[in-house]
Design a protein around this ligand. Structure first.
Ligand SMILES: [Zn+2]
Length: 395
């Protein structure tokens, strides 16, 4: 029996290896598959024929022949199934359904005010799936800000959502009945760029996400660096001794000094503008109202807003400089909602890091901005579901 079991296991490993290679190459013929996976031609023929029968892959054409019959090109069947990607933000859900090539088939934003009950949020997610998903659902990922136990699907600590030890994976699995992956939102953002964006070309990179909170990730040797779990909480590095109290409980964290909330408070304190003072009193603590306030302040009190953004640019530049000194990335990618205001800080931040990093480390870096936009928050999680559900062996 043990022998039969191990034969099945080997077959399973070979099948997933071939499937992953086809996925990564997008289009590939059988001979190239055999060469890349070091499997025999016979094994590749047998397994690809099974995968074709199951509908997991499809024939998409012929490659140029070097003589004899033209080799058939195989690709993943993008419509084999769908994946759900969710981001839970402060006061909103962002939802997408994609096929296996990451094409977005449906997307929706749902506002839920300040109601953060995980059961209610899970039912909002279910409602969306029932309305919009038209194909077999392979799995779902949910991106959340904070520290995540990805194995158990538990949100350990999300300061923005004010969640502690929330078993979101379990709750959602009971409702959706598919595999659920809970992922840190910054990690999801970064995985999306590894899959579909500019990070594909860089082995050592730093990702900074600036907005309502401040997050980040590191790419080391082409892979997301997770450390001992929870790596990349760059928003909680201390940037100012005796600074503002942070949502994490500490003082002077980068996030406490340079989140949208902090920008709003600084503008409110410094500005004499009555319209801003009035608006500040009315808005609720959601991402949208913070962004609206900053937009309004740039119009109503440009002088104070520019002063606050100047200070912001130095804080961000200092953080980038420190991270360059420690990790020496070749590439720094900056993303997040703050890019809407990039005219007021980005050049200054980059110049600060470039000039002040150790030796010439800052000058060797390519500084760039996100080109995927908000869908990256969900797309990286989708990529994780595809990898885990389709290419990894579960033992
Ligand atoms: Zn903090």
């Amino acid at each position: 029996m043990a022998l039969v079991g191990s034969r099945e296991l080997i077959r399973d490993i070979n099948e997933k290896t071939i499937l992953k290679e086809i996925f990564l190459e997008k289009q590939i013929d059988r001979a190239s598959l055999a060469r890349k996976t070091s499997l025999s031609g016979g094994t590749v023929t047998k397994i690809t024929s099974d995968l074709l029968k199951k509908g997991l892959i499809r024939v998409v054409g012929e490659s140029t022949s070097t003589g004899g019959r033209k080799p058939v090109l195989l690709s993943i069947n993008p419509n084999f199934g769908n994946i759900l990607g969710v981001k839970i933000g402060l006061g909103y859900l962002q939802l997408i359904i994609t096929n296996l090539s990451g094409k977005i088939l449906s997307q929706q934003r749902k506002e839920f005010g300040e109601e953060l009950d995980p059961h209610k949020i899970s039912y909002l997610i279910k409602e969306y799936v029932e309305q919009k998903n038209k194909n077999h659902l392979i799995g779902a990922s949910v991106a959340v800000s904070g520290t995540i136990d990805s194995i158990k699907g538990v949100v350990l600590d999300s300061f923005i959502l004010n969640w502690k030890n929330v078993e979101l994976g379990k709750i959602l699995k009971n409702i959706l009945k598919v595999p659920i992956y809970i992922i840190n939102d910054a990690d999801s953002f970064t995985l999306a760029h590894l899959w579909k964006g500019k990070l594909k070309k860089h082995k050592h990179a730093l990702v900074m996400i600036l907005g309502v909170g401040i997050g980040g990730s590191l790419i080391v040797n082409g892979n997301l660096y997770t450390g001992n779990g929870g790596a990349g909480e760059i928003g909680h590095m201390t940037i100012k001794e005796n600074g503002n109290k942070c949502s994490c409980g500490s003082y002077g964290c980068l996030e406490a000094e340079a989140s949208f909330e902090s920008l709003v408070n600084k503008i409110y304190t410094k500005s004499e503008n009555t319209l801003l003072k009035e608006y500040y009193k009315t808005f609720k603590n959601t991402e949208l109202s913070e962004i609206d306030f900053i937009r309004l302040s740039l119009k109503e009190d440009p002088q104070v807003s520019h002063e606050v953004f100047n200070e912001y640019s130095t804080l961000i530049g200092t953080a980038i400089k420190n991270l360059i000194n420690i990790f020496t990335p070749e590439y720094v990618l900056i993303g997040g909602e703050a890019l809407e205001f990039s005219d007021y800080f980005l050049d200054n931040s980059v110049n600060y890091a470039r000039k002040n990093a150790f030796g010439n480390l800052g000058e060797r870096v390519i500084y760039d901005v996100d080109n995927l936009g908000p869908k990256a928050w969900m797309l990286g999680g989708v990529y994780q579901v595809i990898q885990e559900e389709m290419f990894y062996i579960k033992v």
